[in-house]
Design a protein around this ligand. Sequence first.
Ligand SMILES: C[S@@+](CC[C@H](N)C(=O)[O-])C[C@H]1O[C@@H](n2cnc3c(N)ncnc32)[C@H](O)[C@@H]1O
Length: 459
Amino acid sequence: MATDRLHASGRSRGAGRPDRRDPRGLPGRRAPRARGVVDDVPPDAPLVELEIGPVAHGGHCVARYEGRVVFVRHTAPGERVRARLTQAGDGASLWRADAVEILEPSPDRVPSAWPAAGPDGVGGGELAHLSLAAQRRWKSFVVAEQLRRLAHDDRAVEVVALPGDDDRGGLRWRTRIDLVVDDDGRAGMRGHRSHRIRALDSMPLAVEAIETLDLFARRWPVGARIEAVAPVGGDAPVVLVDGLLWDLARHRPASGSQVRTAVHERVAAAGRQYEYRVTADGFWQVHRAAPTTLVEAVLDGLTGLDLDGATVVDLYSGAGLFSSPLADAVGPAGQVVAVEGDERAVHDARRNAHLRHNVSLLHGDVSHVLGDPGADSSLVHADAIVLDPPRTGAGRKIVAQVCAVRPDRVVYVACDPAALARDVAYFAEDGYRLDRLSAFDLFPMTHHVESVAVLDRVR
Ligand SMILES: C[S@@+](CC[C@H](N)C(=O)[O-])C[C@H]1O[C@@H](n2cnc3c(N)ncnc32)[C@H](O)[C@@H]1O
């Protein structure tokens, strides 16, 4: 068979800068330059016919071609497809392909909800060719498989929809989008594992408030990064261009744009209303219903403990999404100790918790704070620890540090099922058993999934 070695080429302006808003590297956000990035798959790249096997973690299915494993996107188990090899050759550690013609479709296949994210399109919508029910089955399989393989845990997992998603067809949920501007000044996104920008006409995952900003009809400074943020709760959306506030009416930088822009997010959870100030390009959960869903899942994960007067540690606390509801849960006699590494997020969290005398905010690396006996005396008395690390998960060292505190309960919020399953295995070694696990479809049309794991100390 003919094989092409496919090369990375021209790096776009700004590529590789650290992502300042979403350390999870979720779709639609600029990711650090990855090894094996393919900028332009030549249109004459080899086409091969493949029988598609099971789903694998990462948004693709597994097929075999001439004895090799090929990861195939834009397909489904059981399909027969003609696929373009996007990474191949004797030197490639694994082969990748994109299904461009469906010879035998899966019953789960539907007309794509976002064709621009199909083969050779933008990243961030790789499951848009499947029904929402099938997308959730896909993710349920992945979470369960990672737990089985890495944590030897055989439980069934059901990924559940967030309120409103079925009514909206899995669209219009993103309150934040990142765009990049091509050489013609058009806003678009990069392709999967590619630096080439594909201009877009719309972004159907974005909430209506962003869609009405008409970002795609405008011309923008070439190479710029555009961030649109539509806070939940009534505030007007804001647009940042290369981090600076943009005046959409005049289509130029806003006066005073050097000042750091913040938005206010309102979250209804557990019968209360919470308001958060969040730096516009700082971390915030992207799905409009995610803050409520996750706060309630975290509080639910603490049920069974006597929380009144308890000490709860909130690791990777961001702007304090969980800190205020946790402070209410432990009451005035209790204590919440929040730890966050990003200075701007800590600044937001200070404002968000400034009237709460039972919240201490520690700025620093989680590992350093947990390893510093003088950081906060409450840390060592924690009854429960909540952690919500970035995509890479907590890892061996942090798990050991958390277990050394000996909390009765750990509630672990995770956006990567593989990192979570690895860490669940580490927790088991250190005397913590996985009790409950909930999984949420926080990112419809993508392969991403959020889990909330509840672990109990057993020795
Ligand atoms: C997934 S976010 C969760 C934030 C918050 N729990 C929320 O839901 O809004 C992870 C947070 O961890 C912070 N972070 C990442 N690595 C860290 C580290 N080593 N030490 C402290 N904070 C870290 C990031 O700045 C980010 O705010």
